[in-house]
Design a binder for this molecule. Sequence first.
Ligand code: AMP
Length: 202
Amino acid sequence: MKKGLVFLGPPASGKGTQAQRLAEELEIACLSTGALLRSALSVGSPLGEKAKPFLDRGEYVPDEIMVPIVIEWVSNQSEGWLLDGFPRTVHQAEALDRALESNQPQAIVLHVPDDELRKRVIRRLECESCHRVSRSGDDEFCPDCGGLLNTRDDDSPEKFESRLSEFHRLVFPTIQYYCDRGRARIVNGVGSLDDVWRRVRI
Ligand code: AMP
């Protein structure tokens, strides 16, 4: 199995967009755990049912649910891979390292100040079909697949604040986990998509 990458960043940091672009550039498989959960919710699958109460409150889905899904996905990759939105907790990071043994992933961390995130989320739309992110004021339909663009349910002001405080409480220590092991690259996430992309792809 080739080495993997994990992409960490606060909500509305552009993490999903940059992660997808990087996976395309490197021609590697990409799993967004947030998009996976939203799809599961929209089709009402057993995973969606289990995750719903947490997503409804803007809380993280428990590690017992997330870890086995992601470890199984990673174990099925024979080429390089990238995880967008996993790990979120130190426990998830440790579980991933244990499963990968000597092949432990590098982390890319997008840094964006909270006030900038609050400004961004107000204008954020997501395609119902392919999950591409757009800004309101642009088109009503996704420029990639023609799907309907909608505001994400968990981007409401209350849920967004809850997700942001979950990020501070749980993801900060996870970022520290990768920094302590010399496996984190912090990228300034402020600027246009292309500015940030130039920093990510170095
Ligand atoms: P995202 O699209 O990455 O912002 O994720 C949206 C939501 O999905 C998060 O606010 C969490 O509730 C849930 N989620 C995504 N990834 C994880 C994870 N690794 N662990 C727990 N919850 C997650």
